[in-house]
Design a protein around this ligand. Sequence first.
Ligand SMILES: [Zn+2]
Length: 386
Amino acid sequence: MKHSYCFTRVLSLLFAFVLGLSVVSAKDFVLVIDAGHGGRDAGALGNKAKEKDINLGVALKLGRMVANNVPGVKVVYTRDKDVYLTLQERADKANRVEGDLFISIHTNSIDKKSPNRKTVAGASTWTLGLHRSKENLEVAKRENSVIYLENDFSTRYEGFDPNSTESYIIFEFMQYKHMEQSINFASDIQHEFVSVANRVDRGVRQAGFWVLAKTGMPAVLVELDFICNPTQERFLTSESGQTKMAQAIYNAFVKYKSDYDRKQNSRKGSAPAVTSSTPAPAPAPAPAEVEKPAPAKTQTGKAEQDDASGVTYYKVQFMALPRKLPANSKEFKGLSPVECYKEGSMYKYTYGKSTDRNGIQQQYKKVKSLFRDAFIIQFRDGKRVK
Ligand SMILES: [Zn+2]
C-alpha cells in the first residue's frame, strides 16, 4: 500500500516535472540578426571603414541588448564574426532555426560619381516589394550584387540577375503573409532612428532584396546611414554611434515583441469551447490555416447574407498590398470575382465566401494551389473578426 502510494507520488511528481519542462521550454521567440556582408565581401567602402564591420558592430550590440533584457527571446546571428556568407545561406539559416523575425543590417552608399556622395545622409528601413523609384532599385542592386561573388549564381538564384532591372519583377507579389507586420516594424524602427539616434529620416521603402524574399518570416533590412559621407562614417564607426543605432532597433523590437505577446495571449484566450453535446449540427473541424479560431455559431440555412446582417462568414485572403489593383488584374491568377477590403494602409484581396467552414474549405484549396500563403479569415457584421 505504502509502496503503491510512493509509486503514484513519484509518477505524479515526474508528470508535473515533465509538464513544467514543457511550459518552460515552450518555443522561445527567435530573433535572427543578419549582419550584412563579411569576409571577402566588404560591402560598401568609406574613407577607412568597411560596411561589413559597421554592420557586425551594430548587430552584436543589438543582440546583446535583446539577450540581456528581453526574456523569452533566442537571438540567432547569421554571422557573429568576420566571415563570408551567401545571401541564400543567410536566409536558409533563418528558416532552419524557424525565426520569428529577421533583421538584416546594412550601411548605405551612393555611386562614386555622384556629386552628393559626401553630403548624402539618413537612415532608411526596407521591406520586400517592387521598387517605386530608380533610387530604390539601385540600393537593392547594390545589396544583391554580392551574388556575383558566387560561381554558378544563375542556377542557384533561379536565374535572378542582380543587375538586370527585369529580374526585379519577381519581387512584387512575394511574401504577402508578412508584409503588413514587416512594414509596421519598419515604421517603428524609422521612428526610433530619428528620435533615439538623431538620424535624417529617409523613410520606409520597398525593393527586391533577395535575402528578404527568401526568409519565411516578417523581415526588414535597415540601411543605417551613408558610409560615403565622412561625417556619417565617423558616427557609424564610433562606439557611441553604433550603440545609438542598436538602441533604436532594440526599442522598436521591444514594441514588436510586446505586440506579438499580446496577440499570442488573445489567441489563446479565444479558443473555441467544445460543444459536442449541443443539438446543432457539429461544427466542421477547424481548418489548419484559419487565423483565429471562432466560437461555434448557429447556421442560418441561407447561403448568402448581406454583409451587415449579423451573420458570420468566411473568406479566403490571398494577397495584401499597399495599393488597389483593378478587378481584372492578371495578378489574381484567374481568380474571379476577387473582393478587396482595406485595413490600415493595406488593401487585402479575398476570394470566395461561405457561412460555414466546410463550404470555405473547398474554395481555400483552390486558392491555396495558386497562392501558397492564402488563409481563411472570418467576418461578422461586414467586419473582419480579430
Ligand atoms: Zn550592404
